[in-house]
Design a protein around this ligand. Structure first.
Ligand SMILES: Cc1cc2nc3c(=O)[nH]c(=O)nc-3n(C[C@H](O)[C@H](O)[C@H](O)COP(=O)(O)OP(=O)(O)OC[C@H]3O[C@@H](n4cnc5c(N)ncnc54)[C@H](O)[C@@H]3O)c2cc1C
Length: 514
């Protein structure tokens, strides 16, 4: 299937990236096309491989239906439209909300895939159509690495391996399982070639059609011609400090959770070929717990504690979903009321660690945070205020007020606990936990992101559009290389991975038809 021509290699489909991109590669191969996958780094999986859950937001998919879910696509659409609004095209939103179920059905026809439910509530619990029982969220079942054949030992992550040097587990779970299952499904297919340490750096264009890509490996460039098209699902540009600055993405490359190869080369190649972009200043946001290496990491599921600003006042609902919370923190940073770091104030009722259920990067020993000045403790709130540099009287007043609200069980100030999502990680109990058990403690936080989400504008077949809304023949995009269908929101866990897989799959189906 793979032939040599004036190019160094000719295939039907060239795919850049190896996370959501794998759904495109797999689909193309299953539809009888030859595929070349290029991955910039020395491992497959990108940011998918960092996700402990690897969740996919696919309402009404067969796994959920079999479990008896009474959800409907109309309700899911109502929710998605209400959250995202008109920021992205309605037809793109509808394609995503409807498409996940069909994708799971397609994959379940192949024994390499197996899914299960991981209940995870929608992130805007009070919006019409929200599903608060978590029944829109599905994950892949785990898979042993040894099943991956020629791809064995080549899946990135997890985070504790890369950041803390923990051993790499040889049973793939979460996002690694998604990646692993796609690689397993393609391992014996001779029509699929895959190159690590190989970046797509340019697109070749003939008579207005994208005909392939120039790829670079160890300083050498070669051309891969793609008869049907090129799929760019190469993540965001969160690791590229210059691009972050150029497009006004807050935060830093060191605080991102995006995979190391996500430097925006695919975005640049597409822009040079005439692609138009949107949402370029956007990312999937979260508060970031600062670890002893100085890097803030995506932290979620807070079961207590309060965030305080420079004045020692609360400023947000600390239990809101991480992207909503991250956006409010960034807004307060822009106003100048919140600095870096800002502090989570908590007490000793549950020990030394801040009340964070999911750190993504595991806690290091307490002494390491203390010696880096990231965690402090004091017998009184006044002393704690001095240590974190906020006015003493204000911190005392803030904590007293919070304790009164906690006793009443209603956060009149920021509504914490009023939405169902706020109680998802406390088993339904109020997240208003009094701060009254000395020694009092504070942990330093910054901002983090899960990757940028601005990119190439596409139609419902994932075809990349030019500035006049015309598809550029032969060019497709998905995942964080595509302008996100969710616009400036994060409607629910499983949106980034779900949309990346789905639009990659749709791109490949379109190429197979064309
Ligand atoms: C801890 C954590 C947990 C998360 N959990 C979830 C979850 O449960 N559900 C969910 O939906 N989302 C989750 N996310 C977000 C999600 O993982 C990312 O948004 C998603 O991985 C983006 O997918 P992608 O396919 O766009 O790219 P990525 O997963 O970022 O992969 C892009 C790949 O492309 C490669 N690449 C880049 N440039 C080039 C190039 N020019 N040529 C060739 N290759 C290139 C990169 O090296 C990388 O391997 C989580 C994120 C984190 C950090």
């Amino acid at each position: 299937m793979t032939t040599k021509s004036d190019a160094d290699e000719t295939v039907d489909v060239l795919v850049a990236g190896s996370a959501g991109a794998l759904a495109g590669a797999y689909t193309a191969a299953r539809e009888g096309l030859s595929v070349a996958i290029v991955e910039a780094t020395d491992q497959f999986g990108g940011t998918f491989a960092y996700s402990g859950g690897g969740g996919m937001w696919y309402p009404c998919n067969p796994v959920l239906v079999r479990a008896g879910s009474d959800d409907t696509i109309d309700e899911a659409l109502r929710y998605y439209r209400s959250v995202v609004g008109d920021r992205t095209p309605a037809e793109l939103q509808e394609t995503y909300v409807r498409g996940g179920a069909a994708l799971i059905e397609y994959l379940e026809q192949d024994d390499h895939f197996a899914f299960k439910i991981l209940p995870w509530p929608d992130y805007y619990s009070s919006v019409p159509g929200a599903r608060n029982d978590g029944m829109r969220h599905t994950v892949c079942k785990g898979v042993p690495d040894e099943r991956l054949g020629r791809f064995q030992g080549q899946v990135r992550g997890p985070l504790d391996h890369e950041r803390l040097g923990e051993p790499q587990p040889d049973f793939l779970t979460g996002g690694r399982a998604v990646v692993g299952r796609f690689l397993w499904a393609m391992a014996d297919n001779p029509a699929v070639t895959a190159y690590l340490n190989t970046s797509l750096v340019e697109l070749t264009v003939e008579d207005g059609r994208v005909t392939g890509g120039v790829v670079e490996s160890q300083g050498e460039r070669r051309t891969i011609r793609a008869r049907r098209g090129v799929l760019l699902a190469a993540g965001g540009f969160e690791q590229n400090a210059e691009m972050r600055a150029e497009y006004g993405v807050p935060g830093t490359a060191s605080g991102t959770m995006g995979a190391p190869g996500n430097t925006g080369l695919a975005h640049k190649a597409a822009i040079a070929a005439g692609a138009s972009t949107d949402l370029m200043d956007q990312a999937w946001w979260s508060p970031g717990l600062i670890h002893p290496d100085g890097r803030a990491a995506f932290a979620l599921c807070f079961t207590g504690g309060i965030f305080v600003d420079k004045a020692g006042h609360r400023f947000v609902n600390e239990s809101a979903a991480y992207d909503r919370l991250g956006r409010q923190i960034l807004s307060a940073m822009r106003d100048g009321t919140v600095g870096t770091p800002y502090w989570m104030v908590y007490d000793s009722r549950a020990g030394e660690q801040p009340p964070v259920m999911a750190t993504n990067v595991s806690f290091s020993p307490t002494s390491e945070y203390e010696s880096a000045g990231l965690w402090v403790q004091a017998d009184t709130l006044e002393e704690l205020a001095v240590k974190i540099g906020v006015p003493e009287a204000n911190l005392v007043e803030t904590v007293c007020r919070f304790n009164v609200l906690a006793q009443r069980g209603d956060d009149e100030d920021f509504g914490r606990g009023r939405e169902s999502f706020d109680r998802a990680f406390t088993g339904g109990a109020s997240p208003l936990v009094p701060i009254d058990t000395p020694p009092f403690r504070a942990a330093a936080f910054g901002t983090s992101d899960l990757g940028t989400k601005g990119g190439l504008r596409t139609d419902v077949d994932a075809r990349v559009l030019d500035a006049e809304d015309r598809p550029i023949p032969g060019l497709y995009a998905a995942g964080n290389t595509m302008a996100a269908v969710s616009g400036e929101t994060y409607p629910g866990g499983g949106n980034p991975i779900g949309a990346s897989l789905l639009f990659s799959h749709l791109a490949a189906l379109h190429m197979a038809r064309s």
